[in-house]
Ligand binder design. Structure first.
Ligand code: OOG
Ligand code: NI
Length: 407
């Protein structure tokens, strides 16, 4: 392959780095978070069973939100150029803290691609067909508004399709493509229609963030840290107050499993608003936030059932050891977690998300809960529905872990 051809993983690494620079300039507390995470990761270098120091330090997940299947399909086309494919289906309407979205995560799926750069983006679509949140009237107005906007330049999506098919970009095009893709997720300065935004906020702050504006943006960008409890303490010492909880498994003596996450409220950001008379004034919105994650070993379907049962206990930390062995050897022997070749020294890292945690992260960053009414859910959202609607296969995470474990 000639040197002036940029491979998919380099495009992905460039995209993650460019988004990180953009987000750092937009949300200064993000930079503090990355610095603290990097320091802690360096202090733990040597134990790299769950990913090399380089991988973990460069590792980010982003979150974006879109308003329709058309927009979700465009995101799928765009991310395919970076070797990021939809994995898993998350219905956040079902969680205890219900949010009117259905989601997937775009990420690399092969072990070597993950090792090169594991950038992933949790992507949520507003569930306008769910009558518990949207009346027929509001639904049709939201769909019209979203149908008339253009999140992505059609030329960008056309280039993405071509680059995905070619497995990379000619070197002369690569930087420009990454820059245009990054810019599509920048916070817009265009004035927001105050009346429309307020009406949607009454249904849900998430609905307003998604369908109250004519663009999308990175909602957060999350670094990975090896010791999240330590990070929580150090951020507090710097005066950045994290939300009260760490989502996911409790701290325990045994191996880290799945995913632990915590977030902090971002400050209000200046945004422009246009009122009914057409007057534009500056206001502020608190929509974006900071988040950090720690990843452990992926659980098998049996392990996942065990996890759900452990988390249903009144105090999961106190009873955790009744559910999970405290060693990798124990986890491997009981078939609860994935290890390459069954070797307890080689854990397969959990690369996905957790629906209850994701809903908790959404909710912990909202000022208001919004209002859902009691109505039958006649929408037919599902993994198959999503795959069909966006014209891309949505991978089953367990298939990918099985493959990783047997390689
Ligand atoms: C996504 C919230 C979920 C995670 O890491 O689980 C999430 C959003 O706020 O758009 O980011
Ligand atoms: Ni997140």
């Amino acid at each position: 392959m000639s040197t002036n051809f940029t491979q998919t993983w380099r495009l992905r690494a460039g995209f993650a780095a460019a988004l990180s620079r953009m987000y750092g300039a937009e949300v200064p507390a993000y930079t503090t978070l990355v610095d603290v995470a990097t320091t802690i990761n360096r202090e733990h270098s040597g134990d790299e069973r769950l990913g090399s120091l380089n991988r973990v330090t460069a590792e980010r997940h982003g979150a974006i939100r879109v308003g329709s299947v058309r927009e979700l399909a465009q995101v799928a086309d765009l991310f395919a150029a970076f070797g990021m494919y939809p994995v898993g289906y998350y219905d956040l309407r079902e969680a205890a803290s219900s949010v009117p979205v259905v989601s997937t995560a775009f990420r690399p799926i092969d072990a070597d691609e993950l090792a090169h750069n594991p950038f992933r983006v949790f992507t949520s679509m507003l569930a306008t067909a769910d009558r518990r949140f949207f009346s027929d009237d509001l639904r049709s107005r939201v769909e019209r508004f979203v149908g008339e906007r253009q999140l992505f330049d059609p030329a960008l999506i056309a280039d993405a399709r071509r680059i995905a098919a070619a497995g990379g970009a000619p070197g002369t095009e690569a930087d420009d493509f990454v820059a245009r893709a990054t810019a599509a997720f920048e916070l817009s300065r265009e004035p927001i229609d105050t009346g429309w935004y307020t009406e949607l906020s009454q249904v849900s702050a998430v609905a307003a963030d998604i369908a109250g504006v004519r663009s999308t943006h990175i909602n957060h960008l999350t670094p990975r840290v090896v010791d999240i409890d330590e990070l929580y303490r150090r951020m507090g010492a710097k005066g950045i107050v994290m939300n009260g909880t760490i989502e996911g498994p409790p701290p325990c003596d045994g191996p880290d499993v799945l995913l632990r996450q915590t977030s902090f409220r971002a400050l209000g950001e200046p945004r422009w608003f246009r009122d009914a008379e057409g007057t534009v004034t500056q206001g502020s919105l608190r929509v974006r936030f900071g988040e950090v994650e720690a990843r452990g070993v992926a659980l098998t379907p049996t392990g996942r059932q065990r996890y759900d049962a452990a988390m249903a206990e009144p105090d999961p930390a106190a009873t955790w050891s009744r559910y999970f062995p405290t060693t990798d050897a124990g986890l491997a022997a009981s078939g609860l977690a994935y290890y390459r070749g069954g070797d307890p020294a080689k854990p397969v890292v959990y690369e996905d998300f957790l629906p209850a945690s994701a809903a908790g992260i959404f909710r912990s960053n909202l000022d208001t809960d919004g209002t859902a009414v009691v109505a039958p859910d006649e929408s037919d959202y599902s993994l198959d529905w999503m795959a069909n609607a966006i014209g891309h296969h949505v991978h089953d995470p367990y298939d990918l872990y099985e493959k990783a474990a047997s390689s």
